[in-house]
Design a protein around this ligand. Structure first.
Ligand code: A2P
Ligand code: MG
Ligand code: MG
Ligand code: MG
Length: 355
């Protein structure tokens, strides 16, 4: 029987839950000077930094020897021009770390009333996330807000945390504060946590980490299949997906959603295929954008590969290396989608050759 990572699961769920409390509460209060534009033109908010500070503080206390590959770093907060944003992040992170949640996590992990950290401690916690990754050993990977653009629009985003051991994802935990608990009731209650543990299945929990519901990807009839795809056309090619859908005879419209919430929706059967093809040259997918989603999907009975049918390699460092896209689906659907993707790629290559 494989390890069940019970201690890691407990810590990761607690950390993700606290980070989700933070991001939900900050959303309504964000003001203009609480968002920066990073070097790659993507936005980052006080919520991203503060959520990374909270999760890394908790991981640092519970597993002090584990390195972390996190999306954000504190460089922009250590300079004079970042002082206002830094103060806001310290305030938000401490509000969250000291909250009294009435569960048995608190003293042991340095959480709860009276457990405020200094600004330096919190910036250092953010910078615990600068690990380079690699092929061997244990490491965590964190996206404190995946789908920042969705977060800013008040739509879908996810707090994503995964444990990787020797380049294999063993545990993935995702918090989706805005995701309907039940897709068939889109106006009903929102907010859920998803957990995948290698060899032990996938489940959906409430936002407080209770009431586990096992997840299994259903087998879709061909006419029921549909795509889960990015909202942002710059992140993944909509036109390529349309061609693949056409080749497969798919009639249902795609579900467009930001973030790894798409993997959560795939794992519980809200949609049948996650397809993400590169839009242009240069962008490399990051390990924190796929690690937790990949184990969730696999443990719900699905398959995840690149567009050549090769497994994603989490041992290359902070990125997944050269970008061949991502296909995730239930077993039977994956075979069909992979074949259609190959055909669409051949067509594309031919039409480029003929130009
Ligand atoms: N040019 C890009 N191509 C693909 N993905 C990107 C690009 N820029 C940012 N991302 C990341 O894509 C993910 C969102 O993808 P999706 O389109 O599936 O919602 C996020 O992780 C986002 O980072 P971030 O975590 O900063 O939001
Ligand atoms: Mg980002
Ligand atoms: Mg991301
Ligand atoms: Mg992010």
């Amino acid at each position: 029987m494989s390890l069940n990572f019970a201690a890691e699961e407990q810590v990761a769920v607690a950390a993700v839950r606290r980070a989700c409390m933070l991001t939900s509460s900050v959303f309504n209060k964000l003001v203009k000077n609480e968002t920066l534009v990073k070097g790659d033109k993507s936005p980052v908010t006080a919520g991203d930094f503060a959520a990374q500070a909270v999760v890394n503080t908790i991981l640092g206390r519970a597993f002090p020897d584990d390195p972390i590959v996190g999306e954000e770093d504190a460089n922009d907060l250590r300079v004079e021009s970042g002082a206002t944003l830094k103060n806001r992040i310290v305030e938000l992170a401490n509000e969250t770390l000291t909250a009294e949640l009435g569960i048995g996590e608190m003293a042991e992990w340095g959480l709860g009333p009276g457990q405020s950290r200094t600004a330096d401690e919190l910036l250092d916690a953010i910078d615990r996330g600068t690990y380079e990754g690699g092929r061997t050993g244990r490491m965590w990977t964190l996206d404190p807000i995946d789908g920042t653009k969705g977060f800013l629009r008040g739509e879908q985003y996810a707090v994503c945390l995964a444990l990787i051991v020797d380049a294999k994802v063993q545990l993935g935990v995702m918090g989706c504060p805005n995701l309907p608990v039940d897709a068939s009731n889109p106006d009903g209650p929102r907010g859920c946590i998803f957990v995948g543990i290698r060899g032990h299945g996938s489940k959906q929990l409430t936002m407080s980490g209770s009431d586990p519901r096992p997840l299994k990807i259903p087998t879709f009839a061909d006419e029921e299949l549909n795509f889960l795809e990015s909202v942002e056309a710059a992140h993944s090619s909509h036109s390529f997906n349309d061609r693949v859908a056409q080749l497969l005879g798919i009639k249902r419209a795609p579900i467009r959603m930001d973030s790894q919430a798409k993997y959560c929706c795939l794992a519980r059967g809200d949609g049948g295929v996650y397809l993400r093809m590169p839009t242009g040259v240069g962008y490399k997918e990051k390990i924190w954008d796929h690690a937790s989603g990949s184990v969730l999907v696999e443990e719900a009975g699905g398959v995840i590969t690149d567009s050549r049918g090769e497994p994603l390699d989490f041992g290359l460092g902070r990125t997944l290396g050269e970008n061949y896209g991502v296909i995730a689906a239930g077993k039977a659907a994956h075979v069909k989608v992979l074949a259609a993707v190959k055909q669409a790629k051949e067509e594309e290559a031919k039409s480029k050759g003929n130009l």
